[in-house]
Design a protein around this ligand. Structure first.
Ligand SMILES: [Zn+2]
Length: 339
């Protein structure tokens, strides 16, 4: 029972496929805790709140740092050492992959949202449908007119010239929000990538369908459970704690000169088994290449740097055909709307 040991991660790893029982219990201050499904927890204070927060980690099962950080936050909420003044939905994305120590079992879960899960029948397809349902029910139960947030926490496979960065999902022309960029920067995430196309990621789903301030947040490099340095995530953990407690976030202290905003320039999808990069397999994220540089070949097609300089992010030649193999980014254009 989670109610007894109060450790969501231990509980989830012990029951990665089916809960022995759904649980509902109440904390000393009246906060209601529900565990309706594997890796799904809803925590609601008894007193009225003004915001609905979704925190997810482990959508890629081996990205353990944010999973452990989120679990510590949940533990502090459950033992009463951290106040909660928000409705909160906690999601551990892919428990069977977490147990297996793998990014995914069969397919990339973070490409299966906004209905893409209907195109297949793997465990990940079913999990995406389930996660969507809990997010929808959670925001709809909170109702319109409340602040909505979803931070989907990840770590990257490869080294990065910028340790932490976040992808700001396409907003279909709505302005990008400095308040959110400042919030991420205050948690140590000082590099922001503005996406300019609809995707099937979890954060785009929450942004697009519920108007949430939602981000895919990359918090460093992957390590096995127990081998993460919590100090590297301390700033983000503290800011999430303040958000959950509806405390002042201190964003007026953020030094915007430290923030770099990029536009996503190219989304290069893999179309054939012959797809190959021209750079080394372990090239770091944000490595720049000059205009005209050949980045990848794909059967008869060649992909070149188009802008004066583009930096590479998330190169992965081993994705399935039709999936994204690379993003490139450029400094943000002056035409982008901010508020
Ligand atoms: Zn990830």
């Amino acid at each position: 029972m989670l109610q007894d040991n109060k450790d969501l991660l231990v509980h989830t790893l012990a029951h990665p496929h089916h809960l022995p029982q759904t649980e509902t219990f109440t904390l000393a201050d009246g906060t209601k805790v529900q565990l309706p499904d594997v890796g799904v927890m809803i925590i609601e204070p008894s007193r009225p709140t003004e915001q609905d927060v979704v925190l997810s980690a482990g959508v890629h099962g081996n990205e353990t740092g944010p999973i452990e950080m989120l679990n510590e936050l949940v533990g502090a909420l459950l033992d009463g050492s951290l106040p909660l003044r928000s409705r909160l939905l906690v999601l551990l994305g892919n428990p069977p992959a977490m147990v297996a120590g793998k990014r995914e079992l069969e397919v990339n879960l973070n490409r299966l949202f906004s209905g893409a899960h209907q195109q297949g029948d793997t465990a990940e397809h079913h999990r995406a449908a389930l996660l969507e349902r809990y997010v929808r029910d959670f925001f709809e139960a909170g109702g319109e007119g409340r602040a909505r947030y979803h931070y989907d926490l990840h770590t990257a496979i490869r080294d990065s010239r910028r340790e932490k960065f976040a992808i700001y999902p396409f907003r279909h022309g709505r302005p990008w929000r400095w308040q959110q960029i400042d919030f991420l920067a205050s948690g140590g995430v000082e590099t922001i990538l503005l996406s300019h196309s609809a995707t099937t990621t979890f954060s785009y789903f929450s942004s697009n369908e519920f108007g949430a301030d939602a981000f895919t947040v990359e918090l460093g490099k992957v390590h096995p459970f127990g081998e993460n340095d919590p100090a590297r995530l301390a700033a983000m953990k503290q800011q999430l704690a303040r958000l959950l407690a509806a405390q002042p976030l201190g964003l007026e202290q953020v030094d915007r000169s430290r923030i770099t905003v990029f536009d996503v320039a190219q989304v290069i999808n893999k179309h054939s088994d012959d797809f190959a990069f021209t750079f080394a397999d372990d090239e770091a994220n944000f490595t720049p290449f000059p205009r005209g540089h050949l980045l990848a070949t794909d059967g008869g097609k060649a992909h070149y740097v188009v802008a004066e300089e583009e930096a590479i992010v998330f190169p992965n030649a081993r994705v399935a055909n039709g999936q994204r193999a690379l993003l490139t980014v450029v400094p943000v254009g002056s035409d982008q709307p901010f508020e």
